[in-house]
Ligand binder design. Structure first.
Ligand code: SF4
Length: 359
C-alpha cells in the first residue's frame, strides 16, 4: 500500500538503526510530543531497536491527558442540566471527573452523544431547537480549526442554541515549559498532525533559545527512525535546528487557511495543563466576536471542587519524568478496562499505549 509499505520497510529500518548506532556515543533524551507517536513507538517496539543510550520520553501531546479534571467536572455539571445535550468525541466520556464521569452521567440518563465532527453536533442543535447543545472542544492546533469552523457555520446559519466549551490548547508553550523546568531533552520528535496546521515555524524559538532540535515526524516506523537519526545527527554535529521529516504532509508555513479560521474565532488565554499547572497564553478561548457561542459565558453552572486521583502519576509521565511502569497502579488497579487516570483512558495516552503493547 502506497505511503505505508515503504515506511514499514525492514531493510530501510535496519539501515537507519545502523546509522543511529554509528553516531551514538553518549546518552540522548528525545521526547515524542504527540500521543500518536507514543502509540506508534510502542506498537512497533522502536525503543527495543535503538542503542541503549537513546532514551525516548513521552510528552504532553495527548489532548485527553492534559485536559483538566475541572473541565470534566464542568462538562458533568452541564450534562446534569435538563435543557442541555452534550456532544463530544468518544474518549472524553470515559475520563474520570472528581466524583463522576460523562459515562456515568449518561447511564444515569443525561443526554450525551458521541459525534465524529463538530458539524454533526451542529446538526443536532438544528434538530433540537428547544435544547442547548454543548460541544466539548479539546485538543491542539489539529482540532481547533474544526471547532472554529463549527462556530463560524453556526453564526452564519444563525443557530442560537449551539455552544463550544473550549479546552483547546496550543503546543509551543508546553515545549518551552519542559525545558524551562529543567527536564533533560536533547531533541523533540515534533508532532506531525499539529504541524500540518501550524507549519514547522512554530518551533523556531526552541533551537534558537534553548539549543534543542525539533524534527517534525511522520507516524510509521521508518518515519520515526529517520526522525531519531536526524536528531542524533544534530546532537553529534552540535547544530540544532527545526527540520521536517514528514515532508509528504507538513510544510514550513502549514495550512494557512486553517490558521485563519482558528484566529477568527479564538483568542489566547492562560490555561491549565495536567502536570504543568497554568501556562501563559497556552489555551484558546472563544473571542468576543463569537461570545454568543461560548458555553462558559452563556451557560453559567456550579462546578464541584476538584479532587485529583490518589497515586496517579499522569502529570509526571506527561513531562517525561516517569514512565507508566513506574506507577504503582499500572496494570494492577489501573487497566484499559478500569482506567484511573486520563493517560490510561485515551487511546493516545502513554499508559494506554504501554498497557496495550508493552505491559
Ligand atoms: S497507570 Fe493509571 S494511575 Fe498510573 S499514571 Fe497511568 S493513568 Fe495514572
Amino acid at each position: 500500500m502506497q505511503y505505508i509499505d515503504e515506511y514499514r520497510n525492514k531493510e530501510l529500518a535496519n539501515r537507519l538503526i545502523e546509522k543511529i548506532s554509528s553516531l551514538t556515543s553518549k546518552e540522548m533524551f528525545f521526547m515524542e510530543v504527540c500521543g500518536g507517536h507514543t502509540w506508534a513507538i510502542q506498537k512497533f517496539g522502536i525503543p527495543s531497536l535503538l542503542p541503549e543510550k537513546i532514551k525516548l520520553l513521552s510528552g504532553p501531546g495527548c489532548p485527553v491527558c492534559v485536559t483538566s479534571k475541572k473541565f470534566i467536572d464542568q462538562a458533568v455539571a452541564y450534562s446534569r442540566l435538563n435543557d442541555v445535550i452534550i456532544t463530544t468525541y468518544g474518549d472524553l466520556i470515559r475520563v474520570p471527573g472528581s466524583t463522576s464521569s460523562l459515562n456515568e452521567e449518561k447511564s444515569n440518563g443525561a443526554d450525551i452523544r458521541i459525534v465524529y465532527s463538530i458539524l454533526e453536533a451542529l446538526q443536532i442543535a438544528k434538530d433540537n431547537p428547544s435544547k442547548k447543545i454543548v460541544f466539548l472542544g479539546i485538543g491542539f492546533e489539529t482540532t481547533a480549526p474544526g471547532s472554529a469552523a463549527g462556530i463560524i457555520n453556526a453564526a452564519k446559519e444563525k443557530v442560537t442554541n449551539f455552544f463550544l466549551f473550549s479546552s483547546h490548547k496550543i503546543m509551543p508553550p508546553a515545549l518551552a515549559a519542559l525545558i524551562d523546568e529543567g527536564v533533560t531533552i536533547n531533541g523533540y520528535i515534533a508532532p506531525g498532525h499539529v504541524s500540518t496546521i501550524t507549519g514547522s515555524h512554530i518551533y523556531d524559538d526552541i533551537p534558537e533559545k534553548y539549543g534543542v532540535g525539533c524534527v517534525v515526524s511522520g507516524f510509521e516506523p521508518v518515519d520515526i527512525l529517520q526522525s531519531i537519526y536526524m536528531l542524533v545527527k544534530q546532537v553529534y554535529d552540535n547544530k540544532f535546528k527545526v527540520e521536517i521529516q514528514y515532508k509528504r504532509v507538513v510544510k514550513p508555513e502549514g495550512n494557512v487557511k486553517a490558521q485563519k479560521i482558528m484566529n477568527e474565532v479564538f483568542s489566547f488565554r492562560d490555561d491549565w495543563w495536567r502536570g504543568f499547572g497554568i501556562l501563559k497564553n497556552s489555551g484558546l478561548g472563544v473571542n468576543e466576536r463569537y461570545h454568543d457561542f461560548d458555553a462558559e459565558r452563556m451557560i453559567p453552572v456550579d462546578v464541584e471542587e476538584t479532587i485529583e486521583e490518589k497515586g496517579c502519576i499522569c502529570g509526571e509521565i506527561l513531562k517525561g519524568l516517569k514512565t507508566p511502569g513506574q506507577c504503582k497502579l499500572f496494570a494492577t488497579v489501573c487497566t484499559s478496562a478500569t482506567p484511573v487516570g486520563a493517560c490510561m483512558v485515551s487511546h493516545e495516552g502513554a499508559c494506554n499505549a504501554y498497557y496495550r503493547f508493552n505491559k
